[in-house]
Write a protein that binds this ligand. Structure first.
Ligand code: ARG
Length: 459
């Protein structure tokens, strides 16, 4: 049979496999609610402008609401022959209410319709993503609050560097998530303009009121160029870029959780419900969730590259290529949402092994910088202090001693500036608490940042 929506031009029906190959219904049906929401707003505008009769608009809106209820109840059969969500719904509308349903598409094209649907859909998903981001921030903050006294090794090059508060480490991720939320809000802000009214590409001959539609749909305004309106997928690319950065952060946290769960670090325990066992090794408890999130980061990066490559060099305005924007976008949305949700719960339930962290923090001469800073305060230029402590550490390595175990005589072999009060500076607590400036790991500084974060969350 001819396609009911464009049969006029054709003498042959579409080839069966071509139909399947070109259809997007399998993946774009998830936008049904937004397609209907957009159609209702468009239809009300058509009536307000006298382009269709008020009675006709009523019938159309009732028909669309009926279709929405049917889809929601699972009583709607999506058809590949009808290609996409837009034509599935329009064809069903005409079936339901008769030829008057054919008036809905006046002053509209699928090109501006799909641009609208994706924006509405992504706008809602961004709200969900921001809510999950907030939950993860909350879990990180709660871990910081519950473990304020816990000291762990801070690393550079994955070598013990200086002791830090575990809370400080959690708040580092809090900051990243905060920037990620900022990026998501930017995406939401920039996408929030109405593309409908662009028609196929050049605008429309009907006296439409775009501002009225924009207002009904909660947009901040309307797009200013019809060619751009139907060609622009920047907002989807921006989202995929923000999603990639977010996943990069989650993959770093994943990596740390995986390391920390190992017998070699033994810093944390993930709760059983978030781990799996081995089919052969009875002792195993594997951190599958962070491993999978680390792995899924790859597909989210891939989706960004897919979209950039898809859009590269496309001439204005709409091209069918652009139908390929949806699967990468949807996949990034699903992946980010799932990863955030599972991380929020997993972090909240993570057990911290404070004693093991402390023991590790004391290894590796982690307070060496504190001895150098001590010498500087006694008047030695930092470069010389560095040399003095370097030699002290070498002595420790050779004699199998730790810095706080050295006698005063031993310390003074390297610098006569060192006095008995050195012992007040080489404990883990002293080292941590000496770093008091804003953003440092001192308990007082971390408590200030927790208070600031708490205030932020209350909002
Ligand atoms: N399913 C199409 C898409 O996602 C809708 C727009 C189709 N427009 C067209 N001129 N064929 O891009």
């Amino acid at each position: 049979a001819q396609n009911q929506l464009w049969g006029g031009r054709f003498t042959q029906p579409t080839d069966k496999f071509v139909q399947e190959f070109t259809a997007s219904i399998d993946f774009d049906k998830r936008m049904y609610r937004y397609d209907i929401q957009g159609s209702i707003a468009h239809c009300r505008m058509l009536a307000k402008q006298g382009i269709i009769a008020a009675e006709e608009a009523k019938t159309i809106v009732a028909g669309l609401e009926g279709i929405l209820a049917d889809i929601e109840a699972g009583n709607f059969e999506f058809s590949v022959a009808l290609e996409d969500i837009h034509m599935n719904i329009e064809a069903r509308l005409i079936e339901r209410i008769g030829p008057v349903g054919g008036k809905l598409h006046t002053a509209r094209s699928r090109n501006d319709q799909v641009a609208l649907d994706v924006r509405l859909y992504l706008r809602d998903e961004l709200k969900a993503i921001l809510a999950y981001l907030g939950q993860l921030q909350e879990s990180l903050l709660a871990q910081a609050e519950q473990n304020l006294a816990v000291i762990m090794p801070g690393y550079t090059h994955l070598q013990t560097a200086q002791p830090v508060l575990f809370a400080h480490h959690m708040l580092a991720y809090y900051e990243m998530m905060k920037r990620d939320a900022g990026r998501m809000m930017d995406v939401a802000k920039r996408l929030n303009v109405l593309p409908l009214g662009a028609g196929a590409l050049a605008g429309t001959t009907f006296p439409i009121d775009r501002e009225f539609v924009a207002e009904q749909l909660g947009f901040d305004g309307v797009t200013r160029n019809s060619l751009d309106s139907v060609s622009d997928r920047d907002f989807a690319i921006e989202f995929c870029a923000a999603a990639s950065i977010l996943m990069m952060h989650l993959s770093r946290l994943s990596e740390e959780l995986i390391l920390w769960s190992s017998a070699d670090f033994n810093f944390i325990e993930l709760t059983d419900a978030f781990c799996t066992g081995s089919s052969i090794m009875p002792q195993k408890k594997n951190p599958d969730v962070p491993e999978l999130v680390r792995g899924k980061t790859g597909r989210v990066y891939g989706n960004l590259i897919s979209l950039l490559t898809l859009m590269k060099s496309l001439p204005l305005a709409y091209n069918k290529d652009m139908q390929e924007d949806k699967e990468p976008l949807f996949d990034s949305i699903d992946t980010v949402k799932g990863s955030l949700k599972i991380f929020a719960d997993m972090i909240a339930l993570m057990k911290v092994k404070a004693e093991n962290m402390r023991v590790a923090a004391a290894r590796g001469f982690s307070t060496a910088t504190d001895v150098a800073d001590y010498c500087v305060r006694k008047g030695l230029p930092f470069r010389q202090a560095h040399e003095v402590v370097g030699k002290t550490v070498r002595y420790c390595v050779e004699t199998g001693k730790d810095i706080p175990e050295l006698s005063l005589e031993e310390f003074r072999r390297f610098s006569p500036l060192i006095e008995n009060d050195i012992y007040d500076f080489v404990t883990l607590e002293a080292s941590v608490n000496a770093r008091r400036a804003t953003g440092g790991t001192a308990r007082a500084a971390v408590e200030r940042e927790i208070a600031r974060a708490r205030a932020e969350r209350r909002g």
